[in-house]
Design a protein around this ligand. Structure first.
Ligand SMILES: Nc1ncnc2c1ncn2[C@@H]1O[C@H](COP(=O)(O)OP(=O)(O)OP(=O)(O)O)[C@@H](O)[C@H]1O
Length: 372
């Protein structure tokens, strides 16, 4: 049955389009592979894939900044119907770029104030203050944006999007010029916390898969202008591996700090003690701390190992197995309500006769937990 949509405005005849709905979207890049996409009204989704595959083009088309045809609705409002497009400023979205695109001739404070003034969902004053502090922008507030470094400008540009607090927030490699330690330890946790309290639909484009892992549960994959539906992260990690454009897989682990002695951090993970060493940063007893654990650093045993110099041993459930293109197997493991990944050889997998739903013992060194 043909559904009649008004040209623009409220799409009252669509049944479940409170989120983003893209049907048959075609730009000059993807005439042969129209884009389809269904995303909910809120949640953070990664977008990655090889360089030049069309990620920025997709974001530009969603924002009404690129000629396209097809259908786009967001929050029950039609943004694109056939070749007719709603103007960018009438779409309830923000789009942030790698090159920040701040308003020249204005101070940082002016740029941020403008974003807040034109927000349809302005943030409380105290929230803006918290964000300014977390992003380290307070000392820069009265500087002209022309004097900012590349990384400072990017931080201001991301903050500008948060101050605007649009229901759909699109980011195109927004923190690529900021030092990695600051991104992982400070900015991404702040963003996670922010979107947990101020939900929006977020598409976060990055070549850094750790960034995506720390923000999102699912990720879109673009390859030669082919767009996937939202995929589980291990599947995307596998695609990155097979294209030779990705890192190996790291998982985020969260645990409560128990003590720090001689550089060895003792953590509580659901009642089990685990250990991290050579960690930087300040850890206070009772705090929840986050770490990245490399999939290749984990070994698996069928029986509980005896005393070992490897300090960490967790009882885990094997949730799923996935073949990697290089002959290894990626295991999805669960322990203490957390999920993480281990890469082992096919031979090990066969020798151990690993079966989904079965309990095993995962070991990793204290040095394998990289603090965020
Ligand atoms: N305005 C444009 N006109 C014509 N071709 C363009 C335009 N913008 C991008 N392209 C081309 O479209 C293709 C996709 O580019 P796009 O920037 O969308 O890729 P991407 O996946 O975002 O890449 P990267 O990861 O390198 O940023 C590239 O081949 C690019 O050269």
């Amino acid at each position: 049955m043909e559904i009649t949509l008004p040209l623009f405005g409220t799409a009252s005849t669509t049944s479940d389009s409170t989120g983003l709905s893209v049907t048959g979207l075609v730009t000059s890049l993807n005439a042969a592979t129209p884009w389809q996409l269904e995303l909910p009204a809120s949640g953070v989704f990664g977008l990655t894939g090889p360089s030049g595959s069309g990620k920025s083009t997709l974001l530009a088309a969603l924002a009404g900044q690129r000629h396209c045809r097809g259908h786009i609705t967001f929050a029950n409002t039609v943004w694109q119907r056939g070749r007719r497009a709603l103007a960018t400023h009438k779409r309830t979205l923000s789009l942030g770029f790698q090159d920040s695109r701040l308003f020249a001739g204005q101070s940082v404070a002016d740029n941020l104030a403008l974003a807040r003034r034109y927000s349809r969902r302005p943030l409380p004053e105290e929230e803006c203050g918290r964000l300014l502090e977390a992003f380290g922008i307070e000392p820069l507030l009265y500087q002209p944006v022309e004097l900012l470094s590349g990384g400072e400008a990017q931080r201001v540009a991301v903050l500008r999007q948060l101050f605007n607090n649009a229901p759909l927030q699109l980011f195109d490699e927004p923190l690529s010029a900021v030092d990695r330690a600051q991104v992982l330890r400070r900015l991404l946790p702040t963003l996670r916390d922010f979107w947990a309290r101020y939900p929006a639909l977020v598409i976060w484009t990055s070549h850094d898969f750790d960034e995506i892992q720390l923000l999102a549960q699912r990720c879109l994959w673009m390859d030669s202008a082919n767009l996937s539906a939202p995929l589980p992260l291990p599947e995307v990690a596998q695609r990155l591996d097979s294209h030779g454009v990705g890192d190996s897989c790291r998982s985020r682990i969260e645990a409560r700090v128990e003590s720090l002695n001689d550089g060895l951090l003792t953590l509580d993970l659901g009642g089990i003690s685990i250990f991290a060493d050579r960690v930087a940063g300040h850890y206070r007893k009772g705090d929840t701390a986050a770490f990245l654990l490399e999939a290749g650093d984990i070994s698996l045993s069928v029986e509980k190992p005896g005393l070992s110099s490897i300090l960490n041993c967790l009882q885990v459930t094997l949730v799923a197995k996935q073949n990697l293109t290089d002959g290894r197997i990626r295991l999805r493991l669960a322990a203490a309500d957390q999920v993480f990944y281990a890469d082992i050889s096919r031979l090990s997998c066969e020798r151990l006769e690993l079966r989904e739903g079965t309990t095993y013992f995962a070991q990793f060194k204290a040095g394998s937990l990289a603090g965020l």
